[in-house]
Ligand binder design. Structure first.
Ligand code: FAD
Length: 310
C-alpha cells in the first residue's frame, strides 16, 4: 500500500471553526451515496461523498452541520427552517479522492419502529438522515461548520491512539486512519499504534471493513482492529453478549499501560455506549487499586481522554 500525495496547502493555518452558519450556509453537492451495510445489518448506513470544491475546509475529527430542506412550524406557530443536524466527517481533510475537493459522511438512516406493532412508521422517520441517505447525485446540500475540537489528533505523532466506536461513531476514526496510513502528509508521520475497537451487531453491520483489513495487512506493527459483535460469534467472559466494553476489557491491562505512557483514548457513537464502558473501567481501576475518578480526571487534564457521543 503506497501512501498518496495530497495538496499540502491544507496543512497550513489555524483549525477552521464555524466558517459557515445557519444564516449563511455553504451549498455542497452530492457526489455519491452508497449503502455500506449488508442485508442482515440492523439498519442501513450510507457513505455519502459531498463535493465541496475545498471551500469548507476542516480538520480530522470535526463535524459538519446539515440543514434538511423544508420548513416546520415552531412552538410559536411560526414557519421556520428545520434545525441543523451534526455529522462527524468520515474522510480526512483531503477527502476520499485525496484532492481536498470532497468530504464524506457516514450516516445511519433513522427509522421509527412502533413499540406496540413492531412495525416501521414512515411518518416518524428521521428527517435529515433519510434526506441524506435518499439524496441523488448532483443534489444541493446546505452545510454549516465545521465544528468540534474534542476528537482532534494529538500533536505527538508517536502517541498511541485507542479509538472506541459503535456504529457511525467510526466516522471520525476513518478520518484519522486515512491521515495516519493512506496519505503522505508533509510534517505528519504517524509512528504510534492505532488501535480500533468497533462495536456493531453482526458482520453485515461492519463499516469500512475492507479498508481496515487492507491497513491491517500493510501496517501490522502499527494497527490493531478488534470487533465486538453483540449478536454473533464469541460471548463475553461471563457468557453474555459481546458488547464493546467486554471487548475493551479483554485488553484492559494493555490499555491502562498505554494510557499511563501517553496514549490518547477516543470514544464516539451513541450515548448509550458510555455507561457500560465507564462501569467496566471503574471496575478494572478498582482491581488495580486506582481511584477511577482521579484516574479519568488525570487523563482529561493531560488531554488524553476524548469523548463525543450523541
Ligand atoms: P430526527 O428527525 O431529528 O428524529 C430523531 C429521531 O426521532 C429519529 O429516530 C426519528 O425516527 C424519531 N422521531 C421522529 N418523529 C417522531 C415522533 N413523532 N415520535 C417519536 N419519534 C419520532 N449521525 C450519523 O448517522 N452519523 C454521524 O456521523 C453522526 N455524527 C454526529 C456527531 C455529533 C457531534 C452529533 C451531536 C450527532 C451526530 N449524529 C450522527 C446524529 C445526527 O446529528 C442526527 O441526530 C441523526 O441523524 C438523526 O437525525 P434525523 O434528522 O434523521 O432525525
Amino acid at each position: 500500500m503506497s501512501k498518496r500525495t495530497i495538496p499540502a496547502k491544507l496543512e497550513e493555518g489555524e483549525m477552521p471553526l464555524n466558517t459557515y452558519s445557519n444564516k449563511a450556509p455553504f451549498k455542497g453537492k452530492i457526489k455519491s451515496v452508497e449503502t455500506i451495510t449488508g442485508a442482515k445489518a440492523t439498519g442501513e448506513t450510507c457513505h455519502i461523498i459531498i463535493e465541496t470544491d475545498g471551500k469548507i475546509p476542516f480538520w480530522e475529527g470535526q463535524s459538519y452541520g446539515v440543514i434538511p430542506p423544508g420548513t416546520k412550524i415552531n412552538s410559536k406557530g411560526k414557519e421556520v427552517p428545520h434545525g441543523t443536524r451534526l455529522y462527524s466527517i468520515a474522510s480526512s481533510r483531503y477527502g476520499d479522492q485525496f484532492d481536498g475537493q470532497t468530504a464524506s459522511l457516514c450516516v445511519r438512516r433513522a427509522v421509527y419502529v412502533d413499540p406496540e406493532t413492531g412495525k416501521e412508521d414512515p411518518a416518524k422517520k428521521g428527517l435529515c438522515s433519510n434526506f441524506l441517505c435518499d439524496a441523488k447525485v448532483g443534489q444541493e446540500i446546505m452545510m454549516t461548520g465545521p465544528t468540534g475540537k474534542v476528537l482532534l489528533l494529538p500533536a505527538d505523532q508517536n502517541a498511541p491512539l485507542i479509538c472506541v466506536a459503535t456504529g457511525t461513531g467510526i466516522a471520525p476514526f476513518r478520518s484519522f486512519w486515512r491521515r495516519c496510513f493512506l496519505e503522505n502528509v508533509p510534517g505528519y508521520k504517524f509512528t504510534g499504534l492505532f488501535w480500533l475497537f468497533m462495536g456493531v451487531a453482526n458482520s453485515d453491520a461492519k463499516l469500512y471493513d475492507e479498508e481496515l483489513q487492507a491497513i491491517q495487512k500493510a501496517f501490522p506493527g502499527n494497527f490493531r482492529l478488534d470487533y465486538a459483535l453483540s449478536r454473533e460469534g464469541a460471548k463475553n467472559k461471563r457468557g453474555g453478549k459481546m458488547y464493546i466494553q467486554d471487548k475493551v476489557e479483554e485488553y484492559a491491562d494493555e490499555i491502562f499501560d498505554l494510557l499511563d505512557n501517553g496514549a490518547h483514548m477516543y470514544f464516539c457513537g451513541l450515548k448509550g455506549m458510555m455507561p457500560g464502558i465507564q462501569d467496566m473501567l471503574e471496575r478494572v481501576a478498582k482491581e488495580k487499586g486506582l481511584n477511577y475518578e482521579e484516574w479519568v480526571e488525570g487523563l482529561k487534564h493531560k488531554n488524553q481522554w476524548h469523548v463525543e457521543v450523541y
